[in-house]
Ligand binder design. Sequence first.
Ligand SMILES: [Zn+2]
Length: 390
Amino acid sequence: MSELGLFWLLLPVVAAASWYFARRGTELISGARVDRLSSGYFRGLSHLLNEEPDKAIEVFLSIAELDQEAVETQLALGSLFRRRGEVGRAIRLHQDLLKRDNLSKAQKTAALFELGEDYMRAGLLDRSEGLFADLVAAGIDTDEALGRLVTIYESERDWVKAIDHAERLEQLTGRPQGAAVAHYRCELSERARNKGHLELAREELELALKADPSCARAEILLGNLERQAGDHARAARAYERAARVDPDVLSLLLPDLLSCYRELGDNERAREFLTDVTARYPGIAPVLALAQEIERNEGEHAGELFLARELRRHPSVPGLRRLAEIGLRHTNEETRPVLAAIAEVSERMLDQGAGYRCKRCGFGARGHHWQCPSCKSWDTLKPQHRLLGE
Ligand SMILES: [Zn+2]
């Protein structure tokens, strides 16, 4: 476990222990119990300092277990169980706590909230939804509870409820939720399109762009709808807008955009777009596309020269693979195995690299996801532009 991870794990218990000694220290300063507790507390700290996390956790647990009466200590203990993955134990502790009739309103709220977190961790989403919805209805801890409800509806893919609660959260806290809402709308749009409801799909995208005018995903989906309707000019404009608001989505839309240009017979616009984007985009995808465009218009040799020159400026494995493929077109029997080996090795290197990485949590993925499968953030998986990137 990393030091920082351990820090967060132990934070509630350290806080509870500090609170405990602040409260009890004066009452029982001469009692043997305090001696036992305080020696435990400092032994725990020393384990922590000596990087013995398991021992430290055990010591902190025994401190908290000695003080069954103090609600705050029990809350910290429950939270620690959950963070350690002992969700069943956390649930039992919080349920027992809620049976007490001497809890203050704040303590009861805190226990309900913790129980809601336990249920979420255990995957009992309907139970945690019920608890957080009760808290929202009672007007208690509304912003935190609304945030949890949004997360629950996201995991249940209930996009309508996710939108409703995210909008309430924004109204309540002033924290902008437009970027997430736009993704929920995109999800609804894709669902409608899959069912053949194209008008509904389009309406959702318009609402997505209203929620977040720089939502590249909505522009891409709009481009797809326009293409499906046969309007290649409007589709091309939507794809171009997507690449303008977020150049990182370029490789997702490039084949479709190039196909629109071809349908329109507009080679000049294709060249213009690719030249412009090659200058701004660190990846190799537009260079490869531009080389093909040059090849189509000016012949094989011009395309190859362009590619060789650009690859010196943007060294990359996909570029190397393309060079080897080009070499194979012209090669003789003697050099063919060498070029074939370069092409194959490049291919295998690409199979091993993560094409995308989450800029928030570092999760690596071969393909693109709009929502990070690990930390669940939206739009944080970005293409890798290093040697193995696209
Ligand atoms: Zn992530």
